[in-house]
Design a protein around this ligand. Structure first.
Ligand code: ZN
Length: 449
C-alpha cells in the first residue's frame, strides 16, 4: 500500500470536492481511501508526505506525435502545410531506433509535467522503417505511462493530389492489415488496461475516402476507437469544399466518422450546427491551444463546445505545437486563449483542470477508470510541490497550477506504480534519454542529407 498524506486534494469527482489536510491510499492499482487517514495501515505501507503540495488526478493527453520529438526546431516559422512539406522528406528516414528514442523523450517530458495517460498519433510508416508502433509501445512500457497509441495512416500522396510524398504513404490493403494486426497484438480492453489501440487515418487531405470508410468499419468490428485531425485550419475547409463540396465534419459524417468512439484533434472551425452534431453524437475533441496558436490557426470555440456537452480533452500535439509539449501548459493556454477570444468568463481555471483530467478521460473512453480521485478508480495521481518561490502564497491551488508556472513534481503514480519522485524519473535515466534524443536527431538529419 501507499499513503499520500497531509496534502490538499483536488478530486475532480462528480461533486468536485477539494480537500485540505487529506490523504489518499493506494492498494495495488487502485485508490482505496480518500479523505481522512485510515486508523490501521500495514507496517510496510509506503508513505509520501504531501505537506506544501496539492494532489490531482494524473493529466490525460489526447493528442501527440511522439516521433516528432527528434525533429523539433525545424521549419519553426512556417505554416502547417509548409511545415509538413518540409518535414515529410526527413520523416521518410525514421526507423525503430529513431521512434523508440523520440518516444522515450516525449514520454519522459510528459511524465515530468504531470501526465499519466497519453495517446499518440503515429501515421508515418516508411517501407523499411521496421516495427514503429512496437517501438513506441516499448518506450511507453519503459517510462510507465498508460498508453493509447493510434495506428495512423496515409494513402493519398502527391501524385494523387495529397500532401505527403509517395515515399511515406501505404496502400489501403497494407494499412487495414497492419491495423488489424496492431489491435490483435496489443489492444487490451480491460478496465485496468495500460495499452489500448485506436485507428487514425491522418487527415482529410492525406487519406482517401475509401480509407476513412474502411477504417471506421474495421474499428467498429474490432471494438476500438477512431481518431484524426479535423477542422484545424481554414485551408482544410477550402480543401474539403473544393474536393467534397461540404465542410470537414459533413465529410467525416458521410463516411461514418461521428460517434462516442471518435475523437478529433483541434476542432477549431466548427459552426453552431456542427457543434450540435458533435454533442448529439458524443464525438470528442482534443483541444490543442499551443499548437493552434503557434501555427497561426484560429482559436477553438472551447466555451461553446463545453457548454454544448461535447467531450473535450487537452492535447500537446507534436513538435508542430511547440518544443515544450508539457500538458499543464495546455491548461494554462486553454484559459488564456478562451478569454482572449470570448472575454474574462469564457473558461475558468477549474474547467481547464477538468479538461486536463476527467475531460480527457471521457475523450479516450476511460472516465470510468481514471481522470478523477475517487475510491475504486485507478491510482493515476500527481503530487505537485507548491512550496517553492514560484507558488508559495498563491491562495488557490488550482489557480497556482493552471495560471502559475509548472510546479516541481513530488510524485507521480500510474496504475499505483510510482514513476516520479522529487522531480526525478524513477523508470528511465532522463540524462541518458536527452543524449540519445540528440544523437537520433543528428542521425535522422544526416540520413535526409
Ligand atoms: Zn497533430
Amino acid at each position: 500500500m501507499t499513503l499520500i498524506e497531509n496534502t490538499q486534494v483536488i478530486t475532480v469527482d462528480a461533486e468536485r470536492r477539494e480537500l485540505s489536510h487529506a490523504s489518499v491510499v493506494i492498494d495495488g492499482t487502485r485508490i482505496v481511501s480518500v479523505g481522512d487517514t485510515p486508523d490501521r495501515l500495514p507496517d510496510d505501507t509506503l508513505r509520501a508526505d504531501g505537506t506544501g503540495c496539492v494532489l490531482t488526478p494524473g493529466l490525460i493527453n489526447t493528442h501527440h506525435h511522439l516521433y516528432q520529438w527528434i525533429t523539433r526546431g525545424l521549419a519553426a516559422d512556417h505554416t502547417l502545410f509548409q511545415w509538413l512539406t518540409t518535414l515529410y522528406p526527413i520523416w521518410a528516414g525514421i526507423d525503430e531506433d529513431a521512434v523508440r528514442t523520440a518516444a522515450l523523450g516525449g514520454l519522459t517530458q510528459l511524465a515530468l509535467s504531470g501526465c499519466t495517460t497519453t495517446t499518440d498519433h503515429h501515421y508515418v510508416f516508411p517501407p523499411r522503417g521496421g516495427d514503429l508502433l512496437g517501438a513506441e509501445i516499448d518506450a511507453a512500457a519503459t517510462v510507465g505511462l498508460r498508453f493509447h497509441p493510434t495506428r495512423g495512416s496515409m494513402d493519398l500522396s502527391e501524385k494523387d493530389g495529397g500532401l505527403p510524398p509517395d515515399s511515406v504513404v501505404q496502400t489501403l490493403d497494407e494499412i487495414l492489415a497492419a491495423s488489424s494486426n496492431a489491435v490483435a497484438r496489443w489492444h487490451d480492453p480491460s478496465a485496468e488496461s495500460m495499452l489500448r489501440i485506436a485507428l487514425a487515418p491522418c487527415s482529410p487531405f492525406s487519406v482517401t475516402t475509401d480509407l476513412l470508410r474502411e477504417s471506421a468499419l474495421l474499428a467498429r468490428e474490432l471494438g476500438v476507437r477512431m481518431h484524426t485531425h479535423l477542422a484545424e485550419s481554414l485551408d482544410e475547409n477550402t480543401y474539403c469544399d473544393e474536393h467534397f463540396g461540404c465542410t470537414p465534419l459533413q465529410y467525416m459524417e458521410s463516411v461514418g466518422w461521428v460517434g462516442d468512439d471518435v475523437w478529433f484533434a483541434h476542432g477549431i472551425e466548427f459552426d453552431d450546427a456542427e457543434i450540435g452534431r458533435l454533442a448529439a453524437t458524443a464525438t470528442g475533441v482534443a483541444h490543442c491551444p499551443t499548437s493552434n496558436a503557434r501555427l497561426g490557426n484560429r482559436i477553438c470555440r472551447t466555451r461553446d463546445l463545453v457548454d454544448a456537452g461535447v467531450p473535450v480533452g487537452l492535447g500537446v500535439d507534436g513538435a508542430a505545437s511547440s518544443e515544450s509539449c508539457r500538458l499543464l501548459e495546455e491548461a494554462h493556454q486553454a484559459v488564456l486563449m478562451a478569454r482572449a477570444k470570448d472575454g474574462p468568463t469564457a473558461l475558468t481555471t477549474r474547467t481547464a483542470m477538468e479538461l486536463a483530467t476527467i475531460g480527457g478521460a471521457r475523450v479516450l473512453g476511460r472516465h470510468h477508470d481514471t481522470g478523477s480521485i475517487e475510491v475504486g478508480k485507478l491510482a493515476d495521481l500527481v503530487l505537485w510541490d507548491l512550496s517553492t518561490v514560484a507558488h508559495s502564497g498563491i491562495d488557490d491551488p488550482v489557480a497556482a497550477l493552471v495560471l502559475g508556472a509548472i510546479p516541481p513534481i513530488a510524485g507521480t503514480w500510474v496504475n499505483g506504480r510510482r514513476i516520479v519522485a522529487d522531480g526525478t524519473m524513477l523508470t528511465v535515466d532522463a540524462e541518458r534519454v536527452a543524449a540519445d534524443v540528440a544523437h537520433e536527431h543528428r542521425r535522422l538529419l544526416a540520413k535526409a542529407g
